[in-house]
Design a protein around this ligand. Sequence first.
Ligand code: S3P
Length: 448
Amino acid sequence: MSPIRKPAPPKPFLIRNKFVPRGKLILPGDKSIAHRALILSALSKGKTILKNFPIHADSLATLNALTALGVSIRRKGSRVLVHGRGRQGLKKSRKPIFMGNSGTTLRLLLGVLAAEDFKTKVTAGKYLSVRPMARVNVPLRLMGAGISAKIKGREEYAPIVINGGGLKGIVYRMPVASAQVKSAILLAGLSAKGKTRVIERLSSRDHTERMLKIFGANIVIKNNSITLDPDKVLVSPGRIYIPGDISSAAFFMVLASIIPGSKIILERLSLNPTRTGIIKVLKRMKAKIKIETLRGRQSGSFEPVGNLTIKSSKLKGTFITPDEIPSLVDELPIIMVAACFAEGRTVIRGAGELRIKETDRINSMVRNLKCMGADIRVRKTASGENIIIKGGRHLHGASLKSFGDHRTAMSMVVAALAAEGSCRLDDINCVSKSFPGFLAALGSLLKG
Ligand code: S3P
């Protein structure tokens, strides 16, 4: 089992050296795909080799949780070998299972544990323990799982005790656009009696559906409705290549766009259309992004893959609608940075989900960017929260806070590199949640 890492203590970071980033990067595999690849490999028949598997706190949280549930997993660098145990083949864990601070690990595994004929207690780290869990507990209870959680006000939180087995399929209309909730229901549906149908108003990322197909599940997708019939056995496809993480790539797309003279090439990147909102928005902002799609064997993956070349350009403000949010939800912090360096106004409508990510990312980004001199404000409306940024001001050096959040930290490093003067960030270690190699990747562009 990979060691359960305690989060490293906060490490302050001084951002002083300005440079023109130039060079090529192949980024570690996509975090969302990695969680699903581990889980479905564990629930299928046969062995699966995962390639370009990303090593970070969140992916290790899923790997360790599955190991605690009796799955044999061997890892050598970014190559992972999983010995599948089949559906409902997991073993009861005598000890509570720690999910770290990974929301995807906890929510998806609740779906898996709902199907297993035993009781499990799951616990979470400091940041995950304050994130809402009713959104996943409610549908899993409707399917027949016994779930008790910590209750505060009207919301449910970890730790959670889940008593699984004897599930029945349901038809569930999603009240929020959440791939984590959708995936938990589908994973539970794999071992339920009868079909499970999930209906989305706004489409969320579809990695679970794609991967279920690769493992031979009987899944039919029609418009916004996904129907899973649990009649098929899951069989390993043998190998899965995990393309580069577009959410990590987003920091480099914006960095190259806002620093004059930059050119960055990102190779073998995941270009799943439910995740490419960042590219669409940056292109609308007049970013210079060239996409080369890789097909068939060249891509080596069952997910869309491509190479991106990004050159600096004069960005313009844009308008982001609520319908676009699910396709770029994790990229909103870095989009706020891009908007500060763009000419004119950017409005992001319906950004409320950002309040319940690893930290309240509306608060963390607005506070930091204001400290640097940005014109950014939040407007609450009847239909949600909007963020309004008037770009084009020069940002200056400041003392910045990560709020323990990896994406806030990386966004602020990018903002600081493009600003005048030097910045101090209170904690850079939190990037280990999704991208421990972030600074090394940045450093490699220094020499490019
Ligand atoms: C994820 C879905 C998104 C995203 C998270 C990863 C996933 O959350 O913010 O970082 O892998 O399913 P929601 O599904 O809750 O929006």
